[in-house]
Design a protein around this ligand. Structure first.
Ligand SMILES: Nc1ncnc2c1ncn2[C@@H]1O[C@H](COP(=O)(O)OP(=O)(O)OP(=O)(O)O)[C@@H](O)[C@H]1O
Ligand SMILES: [Mg+2]
Length: 289
């Protein structure tokens, strides 16, 4: 008898959709509470300010909170779409011009509700999102099974860490596991004293990675953010930092990170002709089962 996973594989393999330019960036970490959601929201916000069409996809299994951070209300999420109870369009929450939120749910549940009809419907609907330039995936902390699936399916992975040794050890564990299926990982050093501290920490991790992971694997520093008390303030007030403090040093750091990201990804997209779009992303996700 055919297993559910086999059925899913068949569906995704027969899914012929046009290629899309949408780039999927997963923001992850080893340890929790290092700033993934803050970074996802602010990077998404800036990209949309720059004129790109962006979606924030809340993939923090069981702990989805981007709706809270963005002060928007979501009654339904991606699970309702998979269950066939509503359309993808119905769950999308507009945040601002060029920025939408795709509310997330638990990966376990996604599998539980998977049957052929639902997935076929779902794949048909994903074309709705194919004109997006970027989808930022805010994952859960730690390299649990669900997070690993999202990282694998994403085009690029950003591992966030703070300078404390426990967070660095956990970040390295995430990098090591991610290196099994990605040839490049970006690091973002958050809550540092200064740029120099970020560089020193990155160099140390990079040395360990170079000698333990292998020369084909590339670890790059995408940038760093200083500890800024106004970030916590905006989180408490449910406002977006780069919007509230557009002229701050930290917003300049965020902008530098975003510009570097755009530059690096636009180079890479030239030799990237795998299935794109939201459908392509889910195809990659389901192919792993
Ligand atoms: N650069 C920074 N300076 C000061 N505070 C920060 C900075 N970045 C994040 N924070 C604060 O750290 C806390 C955790 O941030 P956030 O919720 O974004 O982390 P997370 O990695 O998404 O957490 P979780 O693993 O629980 O999802 C928040 O209160 C936020 O305000
Ligand atoms: Mg979070």
């Amino acid at each position: 008898m055919q297993s559910q996973a086999d059925k899913l594989k068949q569906i995704v393999k027969s899914d012929k959709r046009r290629s899309s330019k949408t780039k999927f960036i997963a923001v992850t970490s080893g340890k929790g509470g290092v700033g993934k959601s803050t970074i996802s929201v602010n990077i998404g916000y800036l990209l949309s300010d720059f004129g790109y069409k962006v979606a924030l996809f809340d993939a923090d299994i069981g702990l989805a909170n981007l709706d809270v951070l963005l002060k928007v209300q979501c009654d339904k999420n991606i699970l309702d779409v998979l269950k066939g109870e509503c359309s993808l369009e119905e769950i999308i929450v507009p945040v601002k011009k060029n920025l939408i939120l795709i509310p997330g749910e638990s990966g376990d549940e996604i599998l539980k509700y998977g049957d052929q009809f639902i997935y076929e419907r779902f794949f048909e609907e994903t074309t709705t999102l194919d004109d997006l330039d970027y989808i930022i995936i805010d994952t859960g902390a730690g390299i649990g099974e669900h997070t690993r699936l999202f990282l694998n399916a994403a085009d690029e992975v950003i591992v966030v860490t703070v300078p404390d040794p426990a967070a660095i050890t956990d970040a390295y564990a995430t990098i090591k596991i991610t290196s099994k299926f990605k040839s490049r990982v970006y690091m973002l050093l958050n809550m540092v004293k200064n740029e120099n501290e970020a560089k020193l920490i990155f160099d140390k991790i990079n040395k360990v990675a170079a000698s333990n992971i292998g020369k084909d694997f590339q670890l790059s520093l995408i940038g760093s953010l200083k500890n800024d008390k106004n970030i916590s303030k905006t989180i408490r007030n449910r406002t977006v930092f780069v919007k509230e403090y557009p002229n701050s040093i930290t917003t300049a750091e965020f902008k530098r990170i975003v510009k570097k990201m755009i530059l690096e990804l636009e180079h890479k997209v030239l030799d990237n002709d795998k299935d794109g779009g939201f459908g392509g992303f889910f195809k990659r996700l389901f192919e792993q089962f």
